[in-house]
Design a binder for this molecule. Structure first.
Ligand code: TYM
Length: 327
């Protein structure tokens, strides 16, 4: 059976980008494949979180995974730091990962530019840890958003390299997965770019209705088209992309038609978009609040998930040690 692996860093609550870029695909895959969905707490250490926040943040994502419908009966849901075998594979992979290629990774360059005071080795070797997360279960499919494409290329490269160096056909090459066949980038509503925690433009699954209305009403627009069928500027295109993601096709067509006839009223569009987002998030928000209150349940889920993940990871690492020459 094909294996699926994916993870999310616990650096805040889940937002619509995480949901539509990744989690929605987790839900589709969990019925058909052997799935491992984890919380990447080691990855979150690159930004030096306050020790008091680490477990709190992990529990947040765990509650949100469950509230979205990831089912612990079907998938292994676990915390990365509960599976130490990943670290051993990370070390092995680092021995064949080169400074030049790691320095060329776009997200490394961006982070190094944004936080010049904290260009640490964990940041540099982020792609090898991510590759270890994936290939520790010999994964075939990895549901991720568009922003992870370069990390996925690196994961494939490290898997191939291991096979070549040791003359084995051990690790499959993991492919990015999205059910539409195309990686998704959920835009921010602040005029450009993607929705993200660090971008400060995120709409969270746990946001209440008023917060969502306020965020959507603040979305950047312009004075409207003056020529019929004009090309949409990025900020406007982003609003329409959000409509496409959360609203019905009829709603999208209605506003698109209005835009093309220069009759668009952005206030109406935003109101509709906000209500459609709320309709989608409200039941998830309710479940998040319910599940967050049951720490015992969450701890049980994480313990069971860790057990399943360790079983799979220890099988892989045993083979890897042999291949490398540890008898
Ligand atoms: P992270 O925590 O930044 O994001 C988690 C997932 O959400 C997706 N995502 C988006 N997709 C579409 N549009 C957006 N605006 C958007 N924002 C976030 C991300 O693509 C991702 O799928 N490196 C990973 C975590 C990780 C991982 C792994 C993933 C560590 N090890 C192994 C898969 C497999 C990350 O930082 O994702």
């Amino acid at each position: 059976m094909e294996i699926v692996v994916s993870g999310i860093r616990p650096t805040g609550n889940l937002h619509l980008g995480n949901y539509f870029g990744a989690v929605k695909n987790f839900l589709r895959l969990q019925d058909e494949y052997k799935c491992f969905f984890f919380i990447a707490d080691w990855h979150s250490l690159t930004t030096h979180p306050h020790p008091g926040d680490v477990t709190v943040n992990v529990r947040k994502i765990l509650a949100e995974y469950l509230a979205c419908g990831i089912d612990p009966e079907k998938a292994a849901i676990y915390v990365q730091s509960d599976v130490k075998e990943i670290l051993e594979l990370y070390l092995f992979l680092n021995m064949n990962a080169y400074l030049g290629e790691l320095q060329r990774v776009t997200s490394f360059k961006e982070k190094a530019r944004k936080q010049p005071e904290n260009v640490n080795a964990g940041l540099l070797t982020y792609p090898t840890l991510m590759a270890a997360d994936i290939i520790i279960h010999k994964a075939h499919k990895v549901p991720v958003g568009k922003d992870q494409e370069q990390n996925m290329e690196m994961a494939r490269k490290f898997a191939r390299r291991f096979n070549t160096i040791y003359g084995v056909d051990f690790f499959p090459e993991p492919a990015s997965y999205h059910f539409t066949g195309e990686a998704v980038k959920v835009p921010g509503l602040d005029g450009s770019g993607k929705m993200g925690k660090s971008e400060g433009n995120a709409i969270y699954l746990v946001d209440d209705a008023d917060t969502i209305r306020k965020k959507v009403m603040k979305a950047v627009t312009d004075s409207g088209p003056t020529e019929p069928n004009s090309v949409k500027p990025e900020a406007i295109e982003n609003l329409f992309t959000m409509l496409k993601i959360v609203s019905s096709p009829d709603t999208y067509d209605y506003f698109n038609e209005k835009y093309n006839h220069c009759e668009i009223r952005y206030g109406d569009l935003k109101k509709q978009l906000a209500e459609d987002i709320i309709r989608f998030t409200a039941p998830i928000r309710e479940r998040i609040l319910e599940i967050s209150a049951d720490v015992d349940y969450m701890d049980k889920v994480a313990a069971r998930g860790a057990e399943k993940a360790r079983e799979s990871a220890s099988n892989t690492i045993r083979e890897v040690r042999k291949i490398i020459g540890f008898k």
